[in-house]
Design a protein around this ligand. Structure first.
Ligand code: NZQ
Ligand code: ZN
Length: 392
């Protein structure tokens, strides 16, 4: 096991009706003038936004609103949010929505106290200050409610890039599983895929003997395999929603990744797809991650065989462990298909002829990525090609 620091300062408030205490928690965490940031309308239609507003009013808090965050959130609204916060002297940002709304809130939070262009933080610069951010989560997926990351798309040129800092870890996150019952099955499945991908990015490592982290990863994956079909069949199943919601947070605070090297190449490769086609991140991962697994499997067949046995219930073939490893990957793809996820480029709405452009934007040039297997541009192109043609 490698040395590590684990920092997860977020206060998680989990359970039914928890959003009615949003105002109380903003006060507790020092806010007095709030930006209420939300998406394209689901929080309005469900009545959630009104409940949150009432809670802010009951706590005697002033607020301004900015809605309209799109999935794959854009820089243009971030600039608007920064100007609004400065004009209104906002000192606390409350995101009501999913990963996109939370990431947009985090970008605004870093941008407000910064003299330059907030995009600098998405091209390598570290912020020195940020407004406090908190969340009322409406979809179990990105894990942004407990992460120090934010992913924004630059409208001009369609560049999707990430920023990371402990300064943007949410002060508190309200997790009421009931709020996720209004999700369409497709969004539920995209979220489930993203949650599983966050675990797999950490599972495939070259660091030996981190059994505790392996076992935590497997627990989250087994939970997702059990609960996801249940919520697809019964969208109002509270217990299944609750398990998935907490799994989504646990999958990305990094508690299932500490003590070892991680990968994250599937995420980078996927981000080019959601930037180009504006598809859901989880759907892109459903196409990319099994393809990545097939490409890198030979690098450590025993690790893939371990996942196949412990997670997918395969029988170990001691004479041919690679057969076991590949059976595990096949079952992963089948599982994703069974919950309504795309299997290949055609089902995702991506085009094979765009592969050279995707690789170019990925931006490796003659270099290599880090991670489990260090990929070249040619490797990335091969992974896109496997994904393009994949079948069950
Ligand atoms: O905009 P509204 O109307 O709210 O609709 C949203 C959106 O269309 C809808 N939705 C959310 N909650 C709902 C609901 N519809 C009905 N009922 C509800 N309760 O779902 C759609 C997707 O929402 P979005 O916020 O985009 O989903 P998600 O949480 O998957 O976030 C995706 C973004 O997060 C980034 C992704 O790249 C993508 O841009 N990621 C962020 C990470 C982080 N910050 O740590 C890590 C991830 O790996 C990921 O890259
Ligand atoms: Zn993700």
């Amino acid at each position: 096991m490698n040395d590590f620091q684990f920092y997860s300062p977020t206060e998680f408030v989990f359970g039914k009706d928890a959003e009615n205490d949003a105002g109380k928690y903003v006060r507790k965490h020092g806010g007095s003038k709030v930006l209420l940031h939300y998406g394209g309308g689901s929080a309005i239609r469900s009545g959630l936004l009104d409940r949150v507003k009432r809670s802010l009013e009951a706590a005697g808090l002033a607020y301004v609103e900015l809605g309209g965050v799109k999935p794959n959130p854009r820089d243009t609204l971030v600039y608007e949010g920064i100007a609004l916060c400065r004009r209104e002297q906002v000192d606390f940002i409350l995101a009501v929505g999913g990963g996109s709304v939370i990431d947009s809130s985090k970008a605004i939070a870093m941008g407000v106290p910064y003299d330059g262009d907030f995009w600098d933080f998405y091209t390598g610069k570290s912020p020195e200050a940020a407004l406090p951010v908190a969340t009322v989560l409406t979809i179990a997926a990105a894990g942004s409610e407990g992460s120090g990351d934010s992913v924004i798309t630059k409208e001009e040129g369609g560049l999707k890039r990430g920023a990371g800092s402990d300064l943007i870890r949410p002060r508190f996150s309200i997790l009421n599983p009931e709020l996720t019952c209004t999700l369409p099955p497709y969004q539920t499945a995209c979220g489930a895929t993203d949650i599983m991908a966050h675990v797999f990015e950490r599972y495939f490592t070259n660091t030996a003997e981190v059994e505790i982290t392996d076992r935590l990863c497997e627990a989250v994956l087994l939970t997702m395999i059990h609960e996801t079909p249940r919520v697809i069949a019964e969208p109002d199943n509270y217990q299944a929603r609750a398990n998935i919601m907490w799994a989504g947070t646990v999958a990305h605070t990094n508690i299932v990744g500490v003590g070892r090297e991680q990968d994250w190449n599937s995420h980078g490769i996927e981000h080019e797809l959601s930037a180009l086609y504006d598809c859901a991140h989880g759907a892109g991962l459903a196409v990319i991650m099994p393809a990545w697994m097939e490409f890198v499997c030979k690098h450590d067949v025993m690790r893939f065989a371990q996942a196949a046995v412990r997670v997918w219930g395969c029988q170990m073939n001691f004479a041919d462990p690679e057969q076991t490893a590949r059976e595990g990957i096949r079952r992963f793809r089948q599982f994703l298909h069974s919950i309504g996820m795309p299997v290949n480029f055609a089902e995702l709405g991506a085009k094979k002829e765009d592969i050279p452009a995707l690789v170019e934007k990925f931006g490796l040039g003659d270099g290599r990525t880090g991670g489990f297997v260090k990929l070249s541009s040619a490797d990335v192109a091969t992974i896109y090609e496997i994904a393009a043609e994949a079948s069950l």
